[in-house]
Design a protein around this ligand. Structure first.
Ligand code: XBP
Ligand code: MG
Length: 255
C-alpha cells in the first residue's frame, strides 16, 4: 500500500515547454530593449540551460560565451535590472496564452487533487512567472490546486541543489519519502533526489531528452492523454501509455 501524500511539480519544461519559446524569447527582448547586441539562439540557449535561474544564466553567458563584453561597475545590479525586465516580458507572453500545458499535465493534476493528494510547485523560476502560467492554465489568480509555490530566490542555491525541495518539504511538514517529484531535467532530478525524494518521474522535452536520468523511477516523453499516449523511455513501467495516479502509486511503492 503506497503512502503517497504529495506531488511536487517542476514548472519549466515540465508543466509547459516554456524555455525555447518563452524564457529565451523574453531574454532576447530584454537584451534588445537594453540596447545590447546579444542574441540567444535556440542552440546556444540549450547550452545555457546547464545553469538554472535567469540571473545566474546571464552571468554564465558572460563568463563562458561573451568574455569580451565590457562590464558595468555594478554587474549584479545590471543583471538584476535586465532580469527584472525579462520577467515582465515573460509574464506578458504567458498572459497571451501562446504556451499551452504539456499533454497530460492538467489531467494528472486534476486526478491527484480529486484523490486528495497535496500538490506543490518546486522550481527555480521567478514566482510571478509561475502565477502567470497557473492563472492561464487554471483560470484567474489563485484558482489552481497548489497549496504551495516554492520558487525563485526564496533559497540561495538553485537546482541541482536540493534547497528548493527541502524548503517546500519543510513548509508543508512532509517527509521526502511521502512524495513524488515530476521533473524534466537532469538538474531537477539531482535536486529532488538530493532532497531525499526517491520517486522522480521525468517527462523529457527537446532540450533534455539526451540528459542522464539514472536513478529516475520513470522516464517518459510526456505524461500522455488517451488520444496521445505516453512513450516509456526508461523505468519500471514498460507498457504504460498514461502516467496516472495508479502508476505513480505503484512506482512509489517500488522505490
Ligand atoms: C528553470 C530555470 C529558470 C528559467 C528562467 O529550471 O532554469 O531559470 O529558465 O526563469 P527548472 P527565471 O525547470 O529546473 O526549475 O528567469 O525566472 O529564473
Ligand atoms: Mg524544468
Amino acid at each position: 500500500m503506497s503512502n503517497l501524500q504529495a506531488l511536487l511539480w517542476d514548472v519549466d519544461g515540465t508543466l509547459a515547454d516554456t524555455e525555447r519559446d518563452g524564457h529565451r524569447v523574453a531574454f532576447n527582448s530584454a537584451f534588445s530593449q537594453a540596447g545590447l547586441e546579444w542574441h540567444w539562439d535556440a542552440e546556444l540557449y540549450g547550452q545555457l540551460l546547464k545553469v538554472t535561474g535567469g540571473k545566474e544564466r546571464i552571468r554564465y553567458f558572460l563568463e563562458r560565451f561573451n568574455t569580451g563584453w565590457e562590464r558595468p561597475a555594478d554587474l549584479d545590479r545590471f543583471i538584476a535590472e535586465l532580469h527584472r525586465r525579462k520577467s515582465e516580458i515573460f509574464v506578458t507572453l504567458m498572459e497571451e496564452g501562446l504556451i499551452p500545458p504539456r499533454n497530460g499535465v492538467i489531467r494528472l493534476i486534476d486526478e491527484a487533487a480529486e484523490a486528495g493528494l497535496r500538490l506543490a510547485i518546486a522550481t527555480t523560476t521567478t514566482p510571478a512567472n509561475v502565477e502567470a502560467l497557473l492563472s492561464r492554465f487554471f483560470g484567474h489568480k489563485g484558482k489552481h490546486p497548489f497549496e504551495l509555490i516554492a520558487a525563485g530566490d526564496v533559497v540561495p542555491a538553485k537546482k541541482p541543489a536540493p534547497d528548493i525541495y527541502l524548503w517546500a518539504l519543510e513548509k508543508m511538514d512532509l517527509q521526502p519519502r511521502a512524495c513524488v517529484a515530476i521533473e524534466d531535467s537532469h538538474n531537477g532530478l539531482r535536486s529532488a533526489t538530493a532532497a531525499g525524494i526517491q520517486t522522480v518521474i521525468i517527462t523529457v522535452n527537446g532540450y533534455t531528452s539526451e540528459e542522464d536520468f539514472t536513478g529516475a523511477s520513470l522516464i517518459v516523453d510526456q505524461l500522455g492523454e488517451q488520444q496521445s499516449p505516453a512513450r516509456v523511455l526508461g523505468g519500471a513501467a514498460d507498457h504504460a501509455s498514461l502516467v496516472d495516479l495508479g502508476l505513480l502509486r505503484r512506482l512509489h511503492t517500488l522505490s
